[in-house]
Design a protein around this ligand. Structure first.
Ligand code: PLP
Length: 411
């Protein structure tokens, strides 16, 4: 008799975006004439930069020749891309990362999810709340969460770190000892960031407690303010305690093309039950070689093109476009009387829903009364209740129209 991984039964039923999609589909079916504007899911809308498309075409032609054909590539990624990442994302910021500390992959979602493979089931996990759901669910699947407490809406063995307006969206260092800490900045969903000083406290905590920080910097390219770290390795000592996740998805419009990378410094250690130190880079390399056959050559050439002068310029134009949308949403909502967070170093705007209604009730009202779709904060965790996420990834025209509708809305 084949047995299942019963951890899956602990997962909470519906995935946030599928519930949103179902509600929107039902409303559209019942109201076919209404123009719905979707500012919900964090997918980009601008076409991929020309420099990347040219690189893709060139690589496609190349693999059609006998001299340029590529079969299986290196599981960790081609040297040309690992080198470009090291030079442009780290060396240019004065950070020493070597090429064999970079692992190219087909997405930060998979990386954030797969990383749990190399950690013990006995680790205590801390997660900011609200949070990108992948960190929590993959820890549930791999048996680190304990049972779900329906009343409280939390898992017994997870340490939740609230990030709300009350603490200025700065997670507090936990009182109890934790072993794995998920931090995502600029944050999805709140759109807020941590200063170097705040992030340093986490690096210091991790050092003192031999903990590992899993740092998701998927939205780093949207940072506009000084003193906001673009990578955790800007913090002294972080190479001893942090794994970093980066993605070309939001930076370069690769949500459909798929390319990302993980940084696992060679000096980064975790321990056996007996307390013997092992290098995580070695473990992750082994895991990668066993379960992954690399990202396609053509995609890696497209990713490499994001670092050329033209690529950088074109990508910056796209990011500026989204950040202009963010400004329109933030200022428009403030004019309409909402309290708004994020949207300055991030494409996400996190608004406080009016007193007396839940974030799902706000979702329904917004959909039905002004035909705008966002994402209810409670879908990202219990401390997301009372908040609502809008994204700047729509078209400028749709963003302006959605905000005008909200400004004229008698809620
Ligand atoms: N990390 C965060 C915080 C995200 O919000 C997302 C996507 O929305 C991802 C990772 C996934 O990135 P990728 O497209 O590289 O899988």
């Amino acid at each position: 008799m084949a047995k299942i991984n019963e951890n899956f039964l602990e997962l909470q039923e519906s995935y946030l975006f599928s519930t949103v999609a179902k509600k929107v589909a039902k409303y559209t079916e019942e109201n076919p004439s209404k123009k719905i504007i979707k500012l919900g899911i964090g997918d980009v809308t601008k076409p991929i930069a020309k420099a990347c498309i040219e690189a893709l075409h060139k690589a496609v032609d190349e693999i059609g020749t006998s001299s340029g054909f590529k079969g299986y590539g290196p599981e960790q990624g081609y040297d040309f891309l690992r080198k470009a990442i090291v030079e442009n994302d780290y060396k240019s910021r004065g950070i020493e990362i070597s090429e064999d500390e970079i692992f190219v992959s087909d997405g930060a979602k998979c990386d954030c999810g797969n990383i749990v493979d190399i950690f013990s089931k006995n680790n205590k996990v801390a997660i900011t709340d609200p949070v990108y759901p992948v960190y929590l669910d993959t820890n549930v699947m791999s048996g680190r969460s304990g049972k779900y407490n329906k009343e409280k809406g939390i898992y017994e063995n997870i340490v939740y770190l609230p990030v709300t307006a009350e603490n200025n969206f700065i997670p507090e260092i936990p009182k109890e000892k934790v072993d794995m800490i998920y931090l995502c900045f600029p944050n999805n969903p709140t759109g807020t960031t941590l200063s170097k000083e705040e992030l340093k406290k986490w690096v210091d905590y991790a050092k003192q407690n031999k903990a590992i920080i899993l740092y998701d910097a998927a939205y780093e390219a949207f940072i506009t303010e000084e003193d906001i770290p673009h990578t955790i390795y800007e913090i002294e000592g972080a190479k001893d305690v942090a794994i970093e996740f980066k993605s070309f998805s939001k930076t370069a419009g690769f949500t459909g093309v798929r390319c990302a990378y993980v940084v696992v410094p060679k000096q980064l250690m975790a321990y056996t039950e007996e307390g013997k130190a092992e290098t995580l880079n070695k473990l992750w390399n082994r895991r990668t070689c066993t379960k992954f056959n690399g990202v396609s050559y053509i995609v890696q050439r497209a990713a490499e093109a994001t670092y050329t002068p033209e690529g950088k310029k074109q990508i910056k134009e796209n990011i500026n476009y989204y950040m202009e949308n963010a400004k329109i949403i933030k200022q428009g909502l403030e004019t309409a009387g909402f309290t708004v967070y994020g949207g300055v170093n991030s494409p996400y705007i996190w608004l406080k829903v009016p007193e007396g209604i839940t974030s799902w009730e706000f979702f329904d009202k917004l959909l039905e009364e002004v035909n705008v779709v966002g994402t209810p904060g409670s879908g990202f965790g219990p401390h997301g209740e009372g908040y609502f996420r809008l994204t700047a990834f729509g078209t400028k025209e749709n963003t302006i129209e959605a905000i005008e509708r909200i400004k004229n809305w008698k809620i």
